[in-house]
Design a protein around this ligand. Structure first.
Ligand code: CUA
Length: 354
């Protein structure tokens, strides 16, 4: 771009980016539309900081404009040196005290919120729901402490209640980020446990991402949090406790798939129970919103995933071509009929891109 167009190039670019990026917002993945306690607290802090920044900007610009106009060089004064006024005590006190006050206004709620969000002492209560979270390349394991149940990728929680997460990683550092409900927390390898809590106000499916660069498929390490009413949550726990991993599927293909799965996949995966294997626990797999955290739950996608997982999530631990495509079809039939609990299948925003 030449001439006047060139001058405004960055302005055009900025305007276009604003327009394009404004379409990226997804309600249940937005820190600006909080649906939980932690997210609300964080949004309040953002609003206070932005308000202070705008206040400072407006005042500074106003003084700048005033000085620019009022003290403009006038004709005949080209060689005039203005009166020198360094060392004005009143002015120096004002511009030292005002920033201190602004910083205090920002610091008090920030420190309060930091302590509030870090307070996970409620998990010592015997009725508290605590979940052990393990980040893996590139999936999440959720183990319900004391309940002998576990899920992968989809975390079920009750609404209106604090749910405590104790988190670590099985390999590299990941970060559990659930913007519309709470903040984010790193998961570290070893026994260095980080804790946080979730408190969702409304039923819904909330989107989470890994927020720490953890390998080639970092950006594909998504998860879902499904918040249901406390009654439904109790029902879900009950359903999950009563899973029979040996239950015989209805169709012949799924029956063959079960045998193939038991022979080829069980050394890494589990159905029922709470074990944290090399691979995800696949209990209730047929009700998952996504396959591998990112694909729609169609049989075609599942067969693609089983036969060539590295193509879909590069660098993941699942080996390719363990079974033939025909066998993968049967395993898919088996896995997709694993529907151990209906709870959460009808919550708002399920299977939507909103
Ligand atoms: Cu795990 Cu990024």
């Amino acid at each position: 771009m030449r001439g006047w167009m060139g001058k405004f190039r960055s302005l055009f670019l900025f305007g276009a980016l604003t327009l394009i990026l404004s379409g990226c917002g997804v309600d249940n993945l937005s820190a600006l539309k909080p649906k939980g306690y932690g997210a609300e607290l964080l949004l309040d802090l953002m609003i206070i900081s932005i308000a202070i920044m705008i206040f400072v900007f407006v005042i500074v610009m106003a003084i700048y404009a005033f000085v620019l106009i009022r003290y403009k060089q006038k004709k005949g004064q080209e060689h005039l040196i203005p009166k020198q006024t360094e060392g004005n005590k009143a002015l120096e006190v004002i511009w030292t005290v005002i920033p201190i006050i602004l910083l205090l206004v920002l610091a008090v709620p920030t420190v309060q919120a930091t302590f509030d969000l870090a307070d996970t002492s409620g998990q010592d209560d015997e009725n508290a729901i605590t979940i052990d979270v393990i980040g893996n390349q590139y999936w999440w394991h959720f183990n319900y402490a004391g309940q002998e149940i576990a899920t992968s990728q989809e975390l079920y929680i009750p609404t209106g209640e604090r749910v405590y997460l104790n988190m670590k990683s099985s390999d590299v550092i990941h970060s559990f980020w659930l913007p519309s409900i709470a903040g984010k927390m790193d998961t570290n390898p070893g026994e260095n446990i980080n804790s946080m809590y979730l408190e969702a106000y409304e039923e819904g499916v909330y989107w989470g991402h890994c927020a720490e660069l953890c390998g080639p498929s970092h950006s594909l390490m998504d998860f879902r949090v499904i918040a249901v009413s406390p009654d439904e949550f109790d029902q879900w726990v009950e359903d999950m406790k009563n899973v029979d991993p040996e239950a015989t599927p209805e169709t012949a293909s799924a029956q063959e798939g079960q045998e193939l799965f038991n022979n080829n996949c069980m050394s890494c995966h589990a159905i029922g129970g709470s074990s944290a294997g090399v691979g995800p626990n696949l209990t209730n797999f047929g009700n998952r919103e996504k396959i591998a955290g990112i694909m729609d739950p169609s049989k075609e996608n599942l067969v693609d995933w089983i036969t060539n997982p590295d193509e879909i999530k590069p660098g993941n631990q699942m080996p390719a071509n363990i079974v033939s495509k025909e066998e993968a079809n049967k395993i898919a039939d088996y896995l997709l009929q694993l529907k151990h609990s209906d709870v959460g299948t009808d919550v708002p925003t399920r299977n939507s891109d909103e």
